[in-house]
Ligand binder design. Structure first.
Ligand code: PLP
Length: 360
């Protein structure tokens, strides 16, 4: 069976070494030494001042909205994981959707300008599949309207834009360290920022708002990650380059094999200086063709994923402010093909052949 992805497991010995330390100290959570060590390792790697390691990326999105004081409306992309929108709605914030660029799959700055109103309090843009958003254009809009720019960088670990880690751009970047991600902590996520004032709030908010044992800074929630999650992160981190390198090879096999297939591939954003191959999305000419290919693959126990489907403006708990949008069209035609470091050239040839035979 070949699934869309496979979690990376570091050598068991390295995880056990960290576990021994946890057993010796007896501290399992509440910002223990492994959590602090991981935050430092990540801050260095991402070249940012503050990294807050939290329970998951969804919670990180919720805290980002709270820390930036977003209460009414946020402009965001309909082409993302459901968490990008659901986390906002959960916080009582209404998503206003801007359409996407059909080539890069990221939010369109032109569409943002068309949908912006004075009620919109922030921009929330996803680096889709690790492909950077149009950072300069989004920054310009955010500065012009004096609203914060939040990046959902759940897929962005290991990507560089103009020579700098992608997560270092924007007011706050949110990361997911879910088990399926390039870098993971089983479950986990982070808020990343260079803004001291925002960091100050996040620090309290992720720990019930505690300011000492008997005092509260303000409202907070429990977003603390455990020592066990940090141990996994510290064990996986040394392998990030190797993971990306191996994925790059697999993507190369797909690109060679599917070059003349008629499938459209994502255009990498200009200025990207390092890609992470977090996903391998392909665009079929129609939904019917996608469904036909998926069925042929499923017969052989190969399971790609319709990621992202449906377009988030079609969720039954949001107002759909976009009609005939690119995101809805693209969502119906996009399929993420299996991609993991240990997929062989033979596997890729087999998958590609089945897709080509089913008609693209
Ligand atoms: C783009 C995007 N945003 C947010 C999330 C939510 O992250 P988590 O699963 O860590 O809660 C995901 C999860 O995969 C995602 O892909």
């Amino acid at each position: 069976m070949i699934q869309v992805t496979k979690s990376f497991l570091p050598p068991l010995d390295s995880y056990i070494e960290y576990l021994k330390g946890i057993w010796e100290r007896g501290q399992l959570t509440n910002h223990g030494p492994l959590v602090l060590e991981l935050e430092k390792v990540l801050a260095d790697y991402l070249q940012v001042k503050h990294v807050f390691f939290v329970t998951n990326g969804t919670m990180a999105l919720q805290i980002a909205a709270k820390a930036l004081g977003i209460q009414k409306k946020i402009i965001t992309t309909p082409f993302s994981c459901v968490a990008t929108t659901s986390a906002m709605v959960w916080e009582g914030v209404e998503p206003v959707f801007a359409d996407i660029n059909p080539k890069t799959f990221t939010i369109s700055p032109t569409s943002i300008r068309a949908e912006l109103t004075s009620e919109v309090e922030a921009i929330l843009a996803t680096h889709v599949y690790g492909n950077p958003c149009e950072i300069e254009a989004l920054t310009e809009i955010a500065e012009e309207y004096e609203i914060p720019l939040i990046f959902d960088g759940a897929h962005a670990f290991g990507v560089d834009y103009k020579g700098k880690p992608l997560a270092s751009y924007g007011d706050v970047t949110v990361l997911s360290f879910h088990a399926t991600k390039i870098f993971h902590t089983i479950e986990g996520g982070a808020l990343v920022t260079n803004n001291d004032a925002v960091a100050h709030k996040i620090g309290y908010m992720r720990n019930f708002g505690y300011n000492g044992p008997e005092d509260f800074f303000g409202i907070g929630i429990n977003a603390k990650a455990s020592e066990f999650q940090a141990a996994m992160g510290l064990s996986v981190f040394p392998y990030v380059d190797e993971i990306i390198e191996k994925r790059s090879k697999v993507v190369g096999f797909y690109q060679d094999r599917l070059f003349n297939s008629g499938l459209q591939m994502m255009q990498i954003q200009e200025g990207t200086t390092r890609v992470n191959h977090a996903y391998f999305p392909v665009l079929f000419s129609s939904e019917e063709r996608l469904l036909a290919a998926r069925s042929v693959l499923a017969d052989k126990q190969i399971f790609p994923r319709r990621y992202f489907y449906p377009s988030l403006n079609r969720l039954n708990y949001v107002n759909n402010n976009l009609i005939n949008d690119t995101s809805t069209d693209l969502s119906k035609r996009v399929l993420c093909l299996p991609l993991s470091p240990d997929l062989t050239e033979k596997d890729v040839n087999f998958i590609s052949e089945l897709i080509i035979q089913s008609g693209c």
